[in-house]
Design a protein around this ligand. Sequence first.
Ligand SMILES: Cc1cc2nc3c(=O)[nH]c(=O)nc-3n(C[C@H](O)[C@H](O)[C@H](O)COP(=O)(O)O)c2cc1C
Length: 152
Amino acid sequence: MDFFEAVEKRHSVRNYSDKEVGEEKLQKILAAIERTPSAGGLRSFHVEVVKDKETKDKLSEQTFGRAGFEAPVLLIFLADLEISASKYEERGRELYCVQDATIAAAYSQLAATALGLSTVWVGAFHEKEVREILGAKENEKPVAIIVLGYGK
Ligand SMILES: Cc1cc2nc3c(=O)[nH]c(=O)nc-3n(C[C@H](O)[C@H](O)[C@H](O)COP(=O)(O)O)c2cc1C
């Protein structure tokens, strides 16, 4: 699928089958994320890959609407407030790290679409609780949950 077809085809899917996401496809999506631009090349974000049902269920409870959390994979994009701040101070902490994470999440959706997978971006969640469930640090701000799988 070419780039423009992927852009055209991407749309939010909120109901998923239990068909697994193959490891090769998942690695391709993670590789696409590695290619994203970031402020100063600092890549001030982290991606958590969640597959286990218990964690997905806990995360689902902290979202509004619970869109598609039965999907096999969740990608959680966390902005790291300190990496970008180390070079760009307030602008890095307040803005660049969130932009870095956002760009990466957007790439993941397009890469998934190009691989025949479906996604939905979930931004409506309790940030503190999501951070705690993931065991993330205080300086890691969950920005987006990308639900990933095959639509029903
Ligand atoms: C920043 C952001 C936050 C979003 N949060 C949610 C959400 O919490 N739940 C949800 O079901 N969809 C969410 N979406 C998906 C949008 O509703 C969806 O992209 C929009 O309605 C356009 O539809 P499309 O993705 O099919 O083109 C979010 C999208 C973005 C970019």
